[in-house]
Design a protein around this ligand. Structure first.
Ligand SMILES: Cc1cc2nc3c(=O)[nH]c(=O)nc-3n(C[C@H](O)[C@H](O)[C@H](O)COP(=O)(O)OP(=O)(O)OC[C@H]3O[C@@H](n4cnc5c(N)ncnc54)[C@H](O)[C@@H]3O)c2cc1C
Length: 446
């Protein structure tokens, strides 16, 4: 048994869906193969676990929100209640023992952080043609000189760990040379009814059909006329003229798909060089809230060590949900624990922050483990030490004489322009559009 189409798209996350939408405007016959039993990939809304609440397990904000964002028109026509965005800066910050930081302390900590970032900028200017270093290495001496022990240090750590969360990685792994390339997320839109539902809306709007539960195992490009794609479903082979690979960078690193012939060295090196981060959400629902719902939707809480349970989103009654974000080494450490062990850590932390409240056990919880998810192996990509914009270009570059195309949040090549973005849903979407357009110009003009 075999199937023959013009194009196969592997993966039905944002990149795969965008590629499919783009190909709909052609007369090319295409197929979208998705290993999961659902669409969306790292965009996934949990509608079942929690009472009265839809909670995103992956993406929840449209970054760089505005008319130029490829998802803007969809969001505007999506019938989502337009609740306020949940970003509120460092308005409410607790120390690890529940003490609220004064504005003076916050101001002091912010000034120190600015100096540390200025130091990174200085390094970038002075070392354009020199070896890269990690952010940790670059700021270390200044950090030791500027940051006094005690509350200021915990607050500075809290602020720095915000940026680590944004990258999904600790500073020791991130490139100082290219830090800040895609960092301006000043305009974010929280998709209150679930980012996963926005993607479902897009699929419905375009009437896309996706072949679910189909894990691609092999891509064979030895025959110059047609590409053979094997899946784990059965012995059938799908033949096509072009393929778009949108599987996550984490899967490419683990070589979950076998290529025959193997990928060229320049592509393999780019895959190895780029960083794949890890950020998880620990979502807990209580019967009543023990936090002040009127004051905020964001609580930032310090811990004695940088990045441990750094901040929390809380939702108002009747949901009474807290979402704790964990990143990098700490996220990896927690993934190795059982749910009840994680819960114990969370409760210990919350009881420290709210020492005067009697906090009962949560009624529901869900903890993501994106690092162990075999169809993601991480949360989103970042520019690791020794990676650079050219790494991303190579990740996006076609292979096998222009027949194998690459897309995904890690392979968006609009570097250097205003809309440069990496690691986001819209960057994945843009990359899918780009790959499909390239195929259209290859196949439709001939
Ligand atoms: C916790 C978390 C929070 C995030 N927050 C945000 C946010 O607020 N805003 C934002 O913009 N971004 C956020 N992101 C990042 C965003 O979710 C991703 O960048 C984006 O969804 C990636 O889309 P993609 O199409 O490149 O990959 P994916 O969505 O991962 O799609 C790839 C698809 O390929 C499938 N696949 C893998 N291997 C195979 C195979 N062998 N055969 C067939 N199919 C396969 C996978 O199942 C998956 O569906 C977050 C991510 C995480 C994990």
């Amino acid at each position: 048994m075999s199937t023959e189409v013009d194009v196969v798209i592997i993966g039905a996350g944002a990149a795969g869906l965008a590629a499919a939408i783009e190909l709909q405007s052609t007369n090319l016959k295409f197929l979208v193969l998705e290993a999961r039993n659902r669409i969306g990939g790292r965009v996934c809304t949990d509608e079942d676990t929690f009472t009265h609440a839809k909670v995103d397990l992956g993406a929840s904000w449209i970054h760089y929100y505005g008319p130029e964002n490829v998802l803007y028109d969809y969001y505007v026509s999506f019938n989502c209640d337009k609740k306020q965005s949940r970003h509120s800066g460092y308005r409410i910050c607790f120390d690890y023992d529940g003490e609220c930081f004064s504005s003076k302390t916050k101001c002091h900590a912010q000034n120190i952080c600015e100096k540390l970032y200025q130091h990174i900028e200085l390094f970038k200017c002075k070392n354009k043609n020199k070896e890269d270093q990690s952010i940790e290495q670059v700021i270390q001496t200044e950090y030791e000189r500027l940051v006094p022990d005690g509350p200021i240090k915990r607050l500075v750590n809290l602020m720095l760990s915000g940026d680590e969360q944004y990258e999904g990685s600790n500073f020791e792994n991130l490139s100082a040379k290219y830090y800040g390339l895609e960092n301006d997320s000043s305009c974010d839109k929280w998709v209150s009814c679930g980012y996963g539902n926005l993607l479902k809306f897009i699929i419905k709007k375009h009437n896309l059909s996706i072949q679910l539960n189909t894990f691609v195992t092999h891509i064979n490009t030895i025959d110059s006329d047609r590409i053979a794609i094997k899946t784990s479903n059965d012995s059938s082979i799908v033949y096509c003229r072009r393929v778009i690979i949108t599987i996550p960078l984490g899967c490419l690193k683990r070589e979950t798909i076998l290529f025959e012939p193997p990928l060229p060295d320049w592509k393999r090196n780019a895959i190895d060089q780029m960083g794949m981060g890890l950020m998880n959400k620990l979502i807990v629902q209580f019967s009543t809230s023990f936090w002040d719902c009127d004051m905020c939707s964001f609580l930032h809480a310090c811990n004695k060590q940088r990045g441990r349970f750094r901040f929390t989103i809380c939702s108002h009654a009747p949901e009474n949900i807290l979402i704790l974000f964990v990143t990098g080494n700490f996220a990896r450490e927690l993934e190795s624990l059982t749910d009840s062990e994680i819960l114990e850590e969370i409760m210990k932390f919350l009881r420290q922050i709210f020492p005067t409240e009697s906090i009962s056990e949560p009624i529901k919880y869900n903890f993501t483990r994106w690092g162990q998810d075999t169809l993601a192996y991480g949360s989103y990509s970042n520019i690791a030490v020794h990676a650079c914009p050219d790494t991303i270009k190579r990740l996006a570059k076609e292979t096998s004489d222009g027949r194998v195309h690459w897309a995904g949040e890690h392979a968006n090549v609009n570097c250097g322009t205003e809309d440069w973005a990496l690691g986001c849903v819209h960057s994945a979407f843009q990359s899918g559009q780009r790959a499909a357009k390239a195929i259209r110009s290859q196949l439709c003009s001939s």
